[in-house]
Write a protein that binds this ligand. Structure first.
Ligand SMILES: [Cu+2]
Length: 131
C-alpha cells in the first residue's frame, strides 16, 4: 500500500486505523461523571429521596455536568412527570408506583432554572441552581 508516495505495510495501516478508532471512542468510553438525583413524589410534591422533609427542593448542579434524575411516583392514583423546560428535557408522565429516569446535560451557563411536573406545574415546581 502507498501513502503519500511511501510504501507502508497493511499491518501499519491497520494499526494506525485501530489507534484512530480508539482515540475517536475515548470520550464515549471515559466515565463521564454523572450526578444522580432521586426525586420522590408524594402528596403532589417533589422530595429528595434522602431528604423527605423539604418540599420541592432546590437541586444543586454544576455547569456542564451530566445529571440523571430518577423519578419515583409514590402518589397513589396520580400521574406525574418531571421536566426542565429551559433545558428542553422531560419525562413522559408515570403512574403511581412507577419509576423513570431522565438523563440530561446541564448547560454551561450558570443560573437558576425551573423544574416542574407539567400537569401540576402550579404546585409542583422547584429550582435547579447551576453553579
Ligand atoms: Cu404532577
Amino acid at each position: 500500500m502507498s501513502i503519500f508516495g511511501r510504501t507502508v505495510s497493511a499491518r501499519a495501516v491497520a494499526a494506525l486505523a485501530l489507534v484512530m478508532l480508539v482515540v475517536a471512542l475515548l470520550p464515549a468510553l471515559s466515565n463521564t461523571p454523572t450526578r444522580e438525583i432521586t426525586l420522590v413524589v408524594r402528596g403532589m410534591t417533589f422530595y429528595l429521596k434522602d431528604d423527605p422533609r423539604t418540599p420541592n427542593p432546590t437541586l444543586e448542579v454544576k455547569a456542564g455536568e451530566r445529571v440523571r434524575v430518577v423519578l419515583e411516583n409514590q402518589d397513589r392514583g396520580m400521574t406525574h412527570d418531571f421536566a426542565v423546560p429551559a433545558f428542553d428535557a422531560g419525562l413522559d408522565p408515570i403512574d403511581w408506583n412507577e419509576t423513570d429516569t431522565l438523563v440530561f446535560d446541564v448547560p454551561e451557563t450558570p443560573g437558576t432554572y425551573e423544574y416542574v411536573c407539567r400537569p401540576h406545574r402550579l404546585m409542583m415546581r422547584g429550582t435547579i441552581r447551576v453553579s
